[in-house]
Design a protein around this ligand. Structure first.
Ligand SMILES: O=C(O)CCC(=O)C(=O)O
Ligand SMILES: [Fe+2]
Length: 259
């Protein structure tokens, strides 16, 4: 039987150090992004690995253009509903007291888990050449992404983001969803597109409601990327858009929305 993690530490050593967390908080406040190397303890990583491998087997392929952003989704997904029905460890981790307290300390705001059946936790797989999760914002404000498998550096699958995207769009008179192309052109021109190469075992925390972000296309068929994304918010309750339902709902719905 699986040993309970309810009373155990789930993060590795440096993440229980107040000084270390304060420095990460500094960086997060500036960038809306921070890499968390070796964030979870090795035992936790092993258990997430096991469950995300099983989720991969039952995930759904997606190949469409997300309306509004008009950016590609070519990946294989399991949404919150599927994860809650088919896994035990990941949902326990999601509601663990230490996860919430460490992330709240970095974001400097009390956080809630997200009460949306698809968007609370999602698992995304990029399974070969051209697979990508195109530019978008998330509805929940904060995303903790754990990388379980990643291509070697230079083989695609890196994270790109534009910090303070909504503020930038407001300044330029652009709509943050519908004017993605024009906003990105400006961002590239001014060196505002940042890139992060992450390796398996790393996590990153993103202000996903404010920073436009994407995962770049995988370069070849022998490279893969497997992640889970756990969503948090400083609002206990809010109204969601429909992009998560479009991407993560089971087959019947996607046919309606796929372009
Ligand atoms: O795979 C990633 O690193 C990002 C995932 C993401 O943006 C999302 O699930 O909304
Ligand atoms: Fe996202």
């Amino acid at each position: 039987m699986m040993e309970s993690i309810v009373l155990a530490d789930i993060v590795s050593r440096p993440y229980t150090d107040a000084g270390y967390i304060a420095a990460l908080g500094e960086q997060f406040a500036e960038e809306g992004y921070v890499t968390l190397e070796n964030f979870f303890s090795p035992k936790v990583v092993a258990l997430i690995n096991e469950e995300t491998r099983a989720l991969h087997e039952i995930s759904n392929k997606r190949d469409f253009t997300m309306g509004g952003y008009e950016t590609p989704r070519l990946l294989s997904v399991a949404g919150g509903q599927k994860i809650l029905r088919n896994t035990v460890f990941i949902p326990t981790l999601y509601v663990h007291h230490q996860l919430k307290s460490v992330l709240s300390a970095i974001t400097r705001t009390p956080l809630f888990t997200v009460k949306h059946q698809q968007e609370c936790i999602v698992a995304n797989n990029l399974d070969g050449q051209g697979h990508t999760h195109g530019w978008h914002l998330d509805d929940p404000m904060y995303a903790l992404i754990a990388i379980l498998e990643a291509p070697q550096a230079g083989r695609g699958g890196s994270v790109e983001y534009v910090a303070h995207w909504r503020a930038l769009c407001a300044q330029l008179g652009l709509d943050p969803v519908h004017d993605t192309k024009a906003g990105l052109k400006h961002a590239r021109l001014h060196g505002l597109v940042r890139s992060a190469s992450l390796k398996s075992g790393d996590c990153y925390l993103l202000n996903a409601g404010e920073n436009l972000h994407r995962v770049t296309p995988i370069a070849d068929d022998s490279s893969r990327r497997r992640v889970i994304n756990m969503a948090f918010d400083h609002r206990s309750d809010f109204v969601y858009g429909d992009t998560a339902d479009i991407l993560y709902a089971e087959e019947e719905l996607t046919h309606v929305h796929a372009l």
